[in-house]
Design a protein around this ligand. Structure first.
Ligand SMILES: C[S@@+](CC[C@H](N)C(=O)[O-])C[C@H]1O[C@@H](n2cnc3c(N)ncnc32)[C@H](O)[C@@H]1O
Length: 285
């Protein structure tokens, strides 16, 4: 792909998979891409310097394991938030660039982690329009808990794929789309079998979900549920080849069952996170 086209018009785009939110999509405004901007200070306080408990104990170690960074490599973190991943990438000896649609989060990221990388404001669905980002220049692209907050999915993955060097890899971590569907799944306790189970109310139909307001906060963020097939097919349509999938349990679960044994079983068996790694074929591969 040559040169920059900020409008996105005239760019070659591959066929898209059938994720269609048209009937229930939240209002199409700049805020749709930046629903986190209004909550930036709260989110920054909640995540803090080294990450939330989930970041530190599970999400970031799992992402780093799949990334397998080598010193001198370059990483683009898409939906970087307040930059929690930057110090981990810097410690691995790689260079870090974070991009986020929220100007406030990008500013907080610069303040907290500016020594570990660069932070840019931009839309994941059109990364080529971001000054300082160029196609075919990153060894790795990461979506850490961010792709589920982006809509539509396909341009975000195509845009990320375009940023990768041939042979580069994309790693994404999501709350598991089959088991942790916001507002459409929950824990239950089977008294007869003394088993905690996960109830799934709907799965196959894509669904934009307004998240419950966070305690003491007025704004709300949007999440976009899609079935697993939407992610795998969109990666493939973006020209990427999936070569790893991990399903990872949480450190602890609160099911409300009052039965510790059943809780422990549920924690081990029902994953919280899904990770996928996909590679951009090398030239001639
Ligand atoms: C749940 S936060 C995760 C942030 C960070 N990766 C972390 O783990 O703390 C989701 C992030 O995705 C960003 N985001 C949502 N839509 C975006 C878009 N279209 N382009 C860029 N960033 C976007 C939000 O602004 C927010 O910072």
């Amino acid at each position: 792909m040559s040169g920059k086209d900020r409008t996105g018009r005239g760019r070659p785009r591959r066929s898209r998979t059938g994720t269609d939110f048209s009937s229930t999509r939240p209002p199409k405004s700049p805020a749709a891409a930046t629903s986190w901007d209004a909550l930036a200070s709260w989110y920054d306080g909640w995540v803090g310097e080294g990450g939330s408990e989930h970041h530190q104990k599970v999400a970031i170690p799992e992402v780093m394991k799949l990334l397998q960074l080598r010193p001198g490599e370059s990483v683009l973190d898409v939906g970087a938030g307040q930059g929690v991943l930057a110090p981990y990438v810097a410690r691995a000896g790689a260079t870090y660039v974070g991009v986020d649609a929220s100007p406030r989060l990008a500013a907080l990221a610069r303040k907290r982690h500016g020594k570990d990388g660069r932070f840019l404001v931009g839309d994941a669905r059109d990364l080529e329009a971001v000054p300082d980002l160029f196609p075919d220049t990153f060894d790795a692209v990461v979506f850490l808990l961010s792709l589920q907050d982006m809509d539509p999915l396909e341009p975000a993955l195509q845009s990320a794929a375009d940023m990768l060097k041939p042979g580069g890899r994309l790693v994404l971590l999501l709350t598991h789309p089959a088991f942790r569907i916001p507002r459409q799944s929950g824990w239950g306790f089977d008294e007869g079998r003394k088993l905690v189970y996960r109830r799934i109310d709907r799965y196959l139909t894509p669904l934009p979900v307004p998240m419950k307001p966070y305690p003491g906060q007025e704004g709300r963020t949007w999440s976009f549920h899609r079935p697993l097939q939407a992610y795998v097919n969109a990666l493939s349509d973006a020209g990427l080849q999936v070569n790893r999938m991990e399903e990872v349990p949480a450190g602890a679960v609160l099911t409300g069952s009052g039965n510790r044994r059943a809780d422990t079983h549920a924690r081990k068996e029902i994953p919280l996170f899904l990770l996928l790694r996909a590679v951009k074929p090398a030239h001639g591969a």
